[in-house]
Design a binder for this molecule. Structure first.
Ligand SMILES: Cc1cc2nc3c(=O)[nH]c(=O)nc-3n(C[C@H](O)[C@H](O)[C@H](O)COP(=O)(O)O)c2cc1C
Length: 390
């Protein structure tokens, strides 16, 4: 059936049910079953097209620090939704990347921002944190006086919202909740679809109640920072295939599955569990369009990648990365770490010096639990491979 043909009579019921992706038969509660039908699959693809503007229900996860516009452009051109992470970029760099994307593709893309609360200064805690590193500073001949104090990650602000309104990306995604109602209204007012990560059912419902167009269900397997914002308890965090169906059952908006999805079968399984789309990060990190550092690429390709952990020692917030010397010796979770992102500065120079020696001992080697899908192939080829069973 082509998209222009009228849908069979069952379709309106599916659409008005509020959950177009599932066909639920009218059976007693104890016998209720949900099945994907060809019609609901077609509706899924139509719904995702109107939400993301893409042909494929595949979002390349924004990954601050390991990619810029090139990866986003390649994935968008291949029919998925490429993402530009802005959390570690200054306003001029964001503008340059917007211009670069718009000059090289007319396809929809996503821009991504963090919206954490700025940290409360706590000099005492920062000093105590730095003192934990003193033997490393001696080892690498680093003068304590030269440790930077700046903050590398800024939350979404008015200047960023102005840029969004100037360049009008199809999708804007947030991590760590949502920005203020005023900034959110600006983003929505300029026509962007808004999505954000939920790591629990409660967060998903909160995001829906605060006006998102879709929720990303970020499972515990996911690489990088946990998007958690209503809880700090890492025991509340669920694996993707435990979290996803519960979020699908709890909200009316479409749900995007993220965390540990790295193959076409994984994509299909997530769609079968009710996801309207998937968001995939780690698998794209070896693509030539990514800017993943040499030490990070080497770690991803090594056996070390089999052992990841949630750690707060790099930034102050839990994030999943490959276990290295710093995680082993100070973490993985350390109660002395200052508030996000203040913890970052203490290891900045150690990271530089260690990487100069070809080692990733002090680098945040962000990666999800499933690195089996990382391939040194073009992002376009990987996108097509991931979509091959849809
Ligand atoms: C290296 C890396 C950096 C990340 N940076 C961001 C980011 O800047 N913004 C964001 O919303 N999510 C970020 N994430 C999390 C992803 O959005 C997504 O939840 C995750 O990649 C999905 O799990 P997977 O890596 O197993 O595919 C990052 C993930 C990785 C691996």
């Amino acid at each position: 059936m082509s998209p222009s043909e009228p849908l069979p009579s069952v379709a309106p019921a599916l659409v008005t049910s509020g959950k177009p992706r599932l066909l639920t038969f009218d059976l007693p509660p104890f016998a209720t079953i949900s099945l994907k039908s060809p019609n609901s699959l077609l509706l899924d693809l139509m719904a995702i097209n109107s939400l993301l503007g893409t042909e494929l229900p595949i979002i390349q996860a924004p990954m601050a620090g390991v990619q810029g516009s090139a990866l986003a452009i390649a994935v968008s051109d291949a029919g998925g939704l490429g993402s530009l992470p802005c959390a570690m970029l200054g306003i001029d760099a964001i503008r340059r990347d917007f211009e670069s994307i718009l000059s090289r593709t007319s396809k929809p893309f996503n821009v991504n921002f963090f919206c954490h609360n700025p940290p409360t200064p706590n000099l005492e805690k920062e000093r105590a944190w730095q003192s934990l590193f003193s033997s490393y500073y001696t080892e690498f001949e680093i003068d304590l006086e030269t440790i930077p104090t700046g903050v590398a990650r800024l939350p979404f602000n008015r200047e960023m919202a102005d840029l969004v309104c100037e360049f009008r990306p199809k999708v804007v995604s947030f991590h760590f909740g949502l920005p203020s109602p005023e900034l959110l209204a600006m983003v929505k007012g300029c026509g962007a679809k808004v999505v954000s990560s939920a790591t629990t059912v409660e967060e998903a419902i909160w995001l829906q109640d605060h006006g998102v167009d879709a929720v990303i269900a970020q499972g515990l397997e996911a690489g990088g920072h946990r998007g958690m914002f209503l809880t700090t308890d890492i025991n509340s965090q669920l694996g993707t295939f435990a979290l996803l169906p519960q979020v699908v059952a709890a909200v009316r908006v479409p749900v995007i599955a993220a965390g540990g999805i790295a193959t076409a079968r994984g994509v299909k399984a997530a769609l079968d569990l009710g996801a309207s789309a998937v968001q995939i990060g780690t698998a794209f990190m070896l693509c030539p369009e990514a800017t993943t550092s040499t030490v990070h690429r080497a770690a991803l390709k090594s056996d070390e990648a089999r052992l990841t952990a949630l750690t707060n020692v790099f930034t102050g917030r839990p994030a999943r990365g490959i276990v290295n010397r710093m995680v082993r010796e100070l973490g993985p979770m350390c109660s002395m770490a200052p508030e996000f992102p203040k913890a970052t500065a203490a290891s900045f120079q150690l990271r530089q010096k260690s990487e100069g020696l070809g080692k990733g001992d002090f680098s945040p080697l962000w990666a999800g639990q499933n690195t089996s899908g990382c391939k040194e192939v073009s992002a376009a080829q990987l996108t097509q491979e991931l979509a091959s069973l849809i």
